[in-house]
Design a binder for this molecule. Sequence first.
Ligand SMILES: [Zn+2]
Length: 199
Amino acid sequence: MNSSNKLPRLEELWTTTELPCIACAKLIGNDALIRTFCPIRRSSVAAPLRCSRTITGTSWNLFFYDRHQSCLPPHVNLISVSHVWDPAVSKAHHQGISTPSEEQSRVVQYIFKSLECIIDGLSTNIDDNTEIWYDYVCVPQWNDERKEKIMRIIPDIFQNSSFVLVHLDDVSVEAVSLLREGNTTKRRISGITQICNAR
Ligand SMILES: [Zn+2]
C-alpha cells in the first residue's frame, strides 16, 4: 500500500447514518444492510457506472454497494470471507469510538493490508460480476443496531455466495503444502496438525 492517506478513518468505516440502497434507492431503514464491494485493479481505467462509495489507497480500487438483502442481483458472483479477528482489530471493535486515533490508524492499515492480500489471492476468481463480502469493511461495527441485523443474516450471505474463503492468517503455506502434497503420512499429519492448531 502506498496511498494509505486515501484510506478511510476507522470511524468512517464503522459508523454509518441512514443509507440508500443502490438498487432501489429506498433507505435501508430497518432491513439488514448487505454491503459488498467490487475490486478493480488501480492500474485499470475500468469503473462501475455507479456505486455507493469508492475506497482507494490499495493496489485495488474498491467500489462499494449498499443494498437491501432482497435487492442483491442474482447475477452477482458473491465471494464471502470468513476469518478469525485479529486481536488489535478486535480490541478496537470492543473499545468503540473512544479508540485512540493512532490505534484506529493502525487498525485501518492492518484491515486494508489484509484485504489487499486476500484480493490478490482471489484475483484469478474475480470477474466483472464479482462482489466480495468481508465483515471488517462490510459491517458498520460501531453501529450496534445495524450490526445486529446483519449478524442475523450472515448464514444467508454465506449460503448465497459462490464460495466462502476461509482466511486463516496464522496457517503457513508450508502447512497447506504438507497437507496436500506431503509425500509421507507423517508429513501429511504434520500439515493437518498445524492447520488444526490455528486460531
Ligand atoms: Zn433496495
